[in-house]
Design a protein around this ligand. Structure first.
Ligand code: CP
Ligand code: NVA
Length: 315
């Protein structure tokens, strides 16, 4: 097959996309969201820019938000989707990722994958001739952090210069937040116990881009003066429930007392699903500072712009 004239735009991680592209996507998301405020959710945007385009979605792990928000994103852009669980595909019984990429590239215009193993997303992208989007791996969750940034812009009218505090496990969500901070100019203070730090490569990469990022063992100090307080489950998909981990992370639960140390008007974010009473107290997640439902809605708006960027219609 002949090589495409322009390189295919994959959305694998925020650092690969870069600050300029992220800014273009967030700007477009703000405008598109505003332009269709109050419309029925299934009605296509006035310009229906992806009419005639189909996105295939492959899920190796469970999903509610990613599955539905990408499906609705394509509908609102005028396109369609095919949603597949990996277990019911030949991929689930050993067909290679590379061959799956080659075949799907002949049928659809883009592929989104949620998988355990980050290397699989990279392999899919290496062999696909259409854009590939990371819908969560064990390493990162860039689509969610696009929505998180959009939520902060909605609430704070700015992203650069804000101070974010992460409390909890140094997981895939934190990796994407640290990358985002280093690209978009917000500070990230990480409150986590020893043994649950984010990957050193992620911290080093962020620092090489001039990030303000640090690990603070004291949860109150991590949150002091923060504009945004973020957490996530202590046990991610694919991890086994470990009492030792729960015990180590318990002091990092986001409680009303912890939120009281954040800046006035601080916003609480959680990608969901939440484990109330573990990483976050009911009074916080259901309280006035919580922006979690807007954050979940913003998956839809942010991903529409990610899709448009992948198709070369933005940035
Ligand atoms: N936040 C998130 O990715 O949710 P799902 O696992 O439901 O897709
Ligand atoms: N860290 C969580 C995020 C879920 C959206 C997980 O990987 O399970």
């Amino acid at each position: 097959m002949s090589a495409p004239l322009t390189p295919v735009r994959h959305f694998l991680d925020l650092a690969d996309a870069g600050a300029e592209a992220i800014a273009a996507m967030l700007g477009d998301a703000v405008e598109r969201k505003q332009a269709r405020a109050g419309w029925p959710k299934g009605r296509a945007d006035a310009d229906a820019p992806l009419a005639g385009h189909t996105l295939a979605m492959i899920f190796e792990k469970n999903s509610t938000r990613t599955r539905v928000s990408f499906d609705m994103a394509m509908r609102q852009l005028g396109g369609t989707t095919i949603v597949m669980d990996a277990g019911s595909m030949q991929l689930g019984r050993g067909e290679s990722v590379a061959d799956t990429a080659r075949v799907l590239s002949r049928y659809v215009d883009a592929i989104m994958i949620r998988t355990d193993d980050h290397a699989k997303v990279a392999e899919l992208a290496a062999h696909a001739s259409v854009p590939v989007i990371n819908g969560l791996t064990d390493w990162s969750h860039p689509c969610q952090v696009m929505a998180d940034m959009l939520t902060v812009i909605d609430r704070k009218a700015a992203l650069a210069g804000t101070r974010w505090a992460w409390l909890g496990d140094g997981n895939n969500m934190l990796h994407s937040i640290v990358e985002a901070g280093s690209l978009m100019g917000f500070e990230v203070r990480i409150g986590c116990p020893a043994g649950y730090d984010p990957a050193i490569e992620v911290l080093e990469g962020a620092l090489s881009r001039g990030a303000t990022v640090q690990i603070v063992r004291d949860p109150a100090k991590a949150v002091a003066g923060a504009d945004v307080v973020v957490t996530d489950t202590w046990i991610s998909m694919g991890q086994s429930h470990a009492e030792a981990k729960i015990a180590a992370l318990s002091p990092y639960q986001v409680t009303p007392e912890i939120m009281a140390g954040a800046a006035e008007g601080a916003v609480f974010l959680h990608c969901l699903p939440a484990h109330r009473g573990e990483e976050v107290a009911d009074a916080v997640i259901d309280g006035p500072q919580s922006a979690i439902w807007d954050e979940a809605e913003n998956r839809l708006h942010a991903q529409k712009s990610v899709l448009l960027w992948c198709f070369g219609l933005l940035g």
